[in-house]
Design a protein around this ligand. Structure first.
Ligand SMILES: [Ca+2]
Ligand SMILES: [Ca+2]
Length: 339
């Protein structure tokens, strides 16, 4: 069954390229340090001899005494709100048939349904924005994004102030990882991402099992430009945005912990190397990337369907993947923290 997964790998890579009008990657990405150890464990002492990146190094994020599910704190590093997800089991995956296929057999892709137990963690409430990412670039810790014709076209999506609250896109896995490390955080695992999106009860979408309505997420709606449409546009819906939308714009689509834009807006990189289910954090997929074995895990998982794809991709269980050096106008990220 899970041997079919390589088909999905090929399918999704091909799909990414088909759906992308202007995707690409930077050679600089390939030379990036692959370490996933982004935890900040102490205050950074500043001195006149330190480079700009360290002068702008983030402060530790303060944590409430006893957070509960959905507790919110604000990261002092980048101003991002984070929501708390308690430790415990949750249901990962989605199966509507007996087939535990990990390919796309039709309108109801199955991803082996099973139980995973996680420690507690904090998840960014929304995707990282252009404004936040710009601060990291200015600090010398992040590489600038590539440009392309992100709808609405005609303006610089990355630098125009009117897009400061929109999700940053055109970021590779390495660029996303670098930002999270600068912010004193890390990329979430795909299991952490899924639990933050759908809670513990195995629901289909962050808001529950109720059908999508246009107030719940920014998907490929009636205004989705034909040039960037995914395989399944939705001409019956008008969510207000032909391209990306300001982060946190769809509170009706909040997850059980209050995370927003988990469905819709942008795909979101996770730390997880693309590997078969069942999910096992100890089998190497979450291991620190080994530069000496640099091509062993060339692909990483993305979650949380984008503005230019249809409803299937918005399911909280849907696994997407792309090579880590790839970037696209529908791919962004959010960060997480263990403490
Ligand atoms: Ca839309
Ligand atoms: Ca999303």
């Amino acid at each position: 069954m899970i041997r079919k997964t390589p088909v999905l790998i090929s399918y999704c890579i091909a799909l990414l390229f088909v759906l992308s009008a202007c995707g690409g990657s930077s050679p600089a990405d390939q030379a990036a340090d692959m370490s996933l150890d982004g935890e900040q464990t102490g205050e950074t002492e500043e001195s006149a001899t330190q480079p700009a990146a360290e002068e702008n190094a983030p402060q530790l994020t303060s944590t409430p005494e006893e957070p509960v599910a959905g507790s919110v704190r604000v990261s002092q590093a980048d101003g991002m709100e984070q929501v708390f997800v308690p430790a415990g089991e949750f249901i990962i995956g989605w199966q509507e048939t007996d087939a535990t296929t990990e390919v796309l057999p039709g309108p109801f892709p199955d991803f082996l349904k099973h139980t995973v137990t996680l420690d507690s963690y904090w998840m960014d409430k929304v995707p990282v924005t252009n404004g936040q990412y710009q601060r990291c670039v200015q600090a010398g810790a992040c590489r600038p994004c590539g440009q392309n014709n992100i709808p609405p076209q005609g303006k610089d999506y990355f630098t125009e102030s009117e897009y400061a609250s929109y999700p940053v896109v055109n970021v590779s896995w390495y660029m996303a990882r670098d930002y999270c490390e600068w912010a004193g955080h890390r990329l979430p695992t795909e299991a952490e991402w899924e639990k933050a999106a759908r809670g513990t009860d195995g629901r289909k979408y962050p808001w529950g099992n109720e059908p999508y309505t246009e107030d719940k997420a920014n998907i490929c709606d009636k205004h989705c430009p034909p040039s960037v449409r995914g395989t399944i546009a939705n001409p019956n819906f008008d969510d207000g945005y032909p391209g990306p939308s300001p982060v946190g714009n769809y509170p009706a689509g909040a997850s059980p912990y209050g995370a927003l834009d988990m469905a819709g807006n942008v795909w979101e990189w996770t730390s997880t190397a693309a590997q078969f289910y069942p999910y096992d954090a100890d089998d190497g997929r979450e291991a620190e990337y080994d530069k000496a074995d640099g091509e062993k895990w060339p692909e990483r998982i993305l979650r949380g369907g984008p503005w230019n794809n249809g409803l299937i991709y918005q399911r909280s269980s849907f696994r997407y993947r792309a090579v880590a050096i790839y970037w696209n106008m529908n791919m962004g990220f959010r960060c997480a923290s263990s403490e």
